[in-house]
Write a new protein. Structure first.
Length: 432
């Protein structure tokens, strides 16, 4: 296991997260750089050692106690000993949060032994989703079929700092699910629900002290970022207010992730291009953009507009994820909401020394820095030491490793490595 041992992540040093496997209590420990994800269609776990770029895959559906269903997201504890893996419901399988222990991990031999500790059912087999489906009213904003999956799905996993709680959201309705990691069961406070607020939320994301959370609106015409106060003893959330991404009567909508910059400020990015039947009369939808959120003032300011040029200082494609590391703002730009799915995808890196004026450093492009067939940059995970960003493309079967010191692609994992549909990336030592 010596190849796993690594230095403390600078960003999360103050958190001193977790020494014992499966616990999220505060202890002073060395963190380890392990990236986890699932191969959805193969129902496999993917683990990558960020120090050596060694990758191991293991089947999940053959494990004793595995509940079935398509795996969707992963959480890996800071000591890289326990995973929380979500599954989607289907007509045959429930939607579950599966607690999986890593019993043995040998990078040299490729040996990986897993054990299902617990399978927590959150929705029975046959459970269906709940979406208010809009109709198209603008040629530049069709209604994509993927935005209304039929069955229950769990998304947006996050760890609450200085606590024993892991959170997921049922993006397909309005429930927020909470796991007590000490007892390997659903927490006493859950499920949490905030009618008309938490509909189609994709994760509740915590500041580093774990005192406040921000929830996104991952759906058409949802223009709000929702602010919650957190009870770290019970895991309960109290809704405070919704912060609109708004300029006059116009607004930005369809946000996938939020990233905190400090205890006060956070950033998010919107994906929607134009109006739908859900857009109120007299309002326009602001095209894909990046926003700086002030949680003290309860306000949001647009800091990046859309651009139509690869070299443009703005957002080129719908930004599915937004992360911060090494003084840089990173966008995963995906092509999924217009009238032709997945033509391309970009990874954009901005100098963020001036938070109100990000400056494009590079836009990693298919056929140049990225593989020629790269499409749909979907999710970003940043290592705790802020050295690396891992970007996952489920659509083109790639996991891209970027050195944030140089902005260079330093490793590519794809179909030649056995990757088919990677999704749900998470790096040990991170909060999401």
């Amino acid at each position: 296991m010596n190849t796993l041992t690594h230095f403390l992540g600078l960003t999360l040093l103050s958190l001193s997260l977790v020494a014992q496997a499966g616990s999220l209590k505060s202890h002073s420990v060395d963190l380890v750089n392990v990236f986890s994800a699932v191969d959805m269609m193969e129902q496999e776990l993917i683990l990558i050692n960020l120090d050596t770029d060694e990758m191991i895959q293991a089947k999940l559906d053959g494990l004793p106690g595995w509940p079935g269903g398509t795996p969707q997201h992963t959480v890996i504890t800071p000591d890289a000993q326990v995973l929380y893996i979500t599954t989607d419901s289907s007509d045959q399988a429930p939607s579950s949060i599966v607690v999986v222990e890593i019993k043995k991990l040998d990078w040299g031999t490729g040996e990986l032994k897993l054990k299902v500790r617990k399978s927590l059912t959150v929705a029975a087999a046959g459970s269906t989703s709940s979406f208010l489906v809009p109709t198209q009213v603008d040629p530049s904003q069709p209604i994509a079929a993927w935005t209304q999956p039929q069955n229950v799905q769990l998304h947006g996993p996050t760890l609450l700092p200085h606590s024993n709680f892991v959170y997921f959201t049922q993006w397909t309705n309005d429930l927020i699910r909470v796991v007590d990691t000490d007892k390997n069961r659903l927490a006493d406070v859950e499920p949490l629900s905030f009618p008309s607020v938490s509909n189609n939320t994709h994760g509740v994301f915590f500041n580093k002290s774990g005192t406040r959370a921000l929830g996104t609106g991952y759906y058409y015409d949802n223009a709000d970022i929702d602010l919650y106060r957190v009870d770290k003893q019970t895991g309960d959330l109290q809704f405070e207010l919704s912060i609109p991404l708004q300029e006059g009567d116009d607004y930005a909508a369809f946000t996938h992730y939020v990233t905190w910059l400090d205890e006060r400020f956070a950033v998010t990015a919107s994906m929607q291009f134009a109006a739908t039947s859900l857009t109120p009369g007299g309002s326009n939808v602001i095209p894909p953009s990046v926003w700086l959120i002030d949680t003290y003032e309860g306000s949001a300011e647009k800091i990046l507009d859309a651009t139509f040029s690869v070299a443009g200082n703005g957002v080129l494609r719908s930004p599915s994820d937004i992360q911060f590391g090494s003084g840089k703002l990173i966008l995963a730009e995906e092509d999924t909401l217009d009238d032709n799915f997945g033509d391309d995808g970009f990874i954009s890196i901005f100098d963020f020394s001036d938070r109100q004026n990000p400056v494009l450093q590079t836009r990693l492009t298919p056929g140049l820095e990225l593989p020629a067939d790269f499409r749909v940059a979907h999710g970003i995970s940043v290592s705790a030491d802020e050295r690396f960003a891992m970007v996952v493309s489920y659509a083109s079967a790639y996991i891209i490793k970027i050195d944030l010191n140089t902005n260079e692609v330093v490793a590519v994992f794809g179909t030649a490595d056995g990757v088919t549909m990677p999704h749900g990336g998470f790096i040990s030592g991170g909060l999401r």
